[in-house]
Design a protein around this ligand. Structure first.
Ligand code: SF4
Length: 174
């Protein structure tokens, strides 16, 4: 199975808690003015890589706390991203997923699309919503604009109530 990606950052400390390997999905259907990664929007751009190649990269770093799927839009390739997540979650890596969609939209879509359900279920923290230039705020943890939320997905799904983190690193718990 392959993923179309814009790139990989092998070690990041700004895309979620701890040390994370970040995979940037290639392709996004939203055209947010001021998009931080406009080169990732083209659905035909980027590079095709196999999950095996990505898995090898992940395995090379024993110090990783987790993976971050960013974009572009990871949920446009939910099946392959979910497969990668399902391989590494049992090995103790946590998952942060960025999306331009809202949690509510993805939750509704997940009822008819099993891949979206699997990627949502595998995600520990979902950073949701499009980047809105008029709500830009450089002081936010992990986010670019104030409409975006840090959602604890497992807590949300188990309680039935949206669990939104207030945005302080101390408050982030898996
Ligand atoms: S959702 Fe993200 S990647 Fe897509 S256009 Fe908006 S800011 Fe860019």
């Amino acid at each position: 199975m392959e993923l179309r990606i814009a790139g990989v950052t092998e070690e990041s400390v700004v895309d979620g808690p701890g040390i994370r390997l970040v995979i940037y999905a290639q392709g996004c259907l939203q055209s947010c003015p001021g998009c931080h990664n406009p080169e990732t929007q083209d659905l035909e751009g980027g590079t095709l890589v196999t999950l095996k190649e990505l898995a090898e990269k992940i395995c090379r770093n024993p110090f990783l706390d987790g993976l971050t799927f960013s974009g572009g839009e990871p949920f446009l390739q939910a099946q392959a991203f979910a497969r990668l997540a399902q391989e590494f979650k049992p090995r103790g890596l946590t998952l942060v997923t960025y999306t331009g969609y809202t949690f509510e939209y993805l939750y509704n879509e997940s009822r008819r699309d099993l891949s979206i359900y699997r990627l949502l279920r595998a995600t520990d923290l979902l950073i949701d919503g499009p980047y809105l230039q008029e709500k830009r705020d450089l002081n936010l943890l992990y986010r670019g604009s104030r409409n975006q939320r840090i959602i604890n997905v497992s807590r949300t799904l188990s309680s039935g109530n949206l669990s939104v983190d207030e945005g302080t690193s101390a408050g982030l718990r898996y």
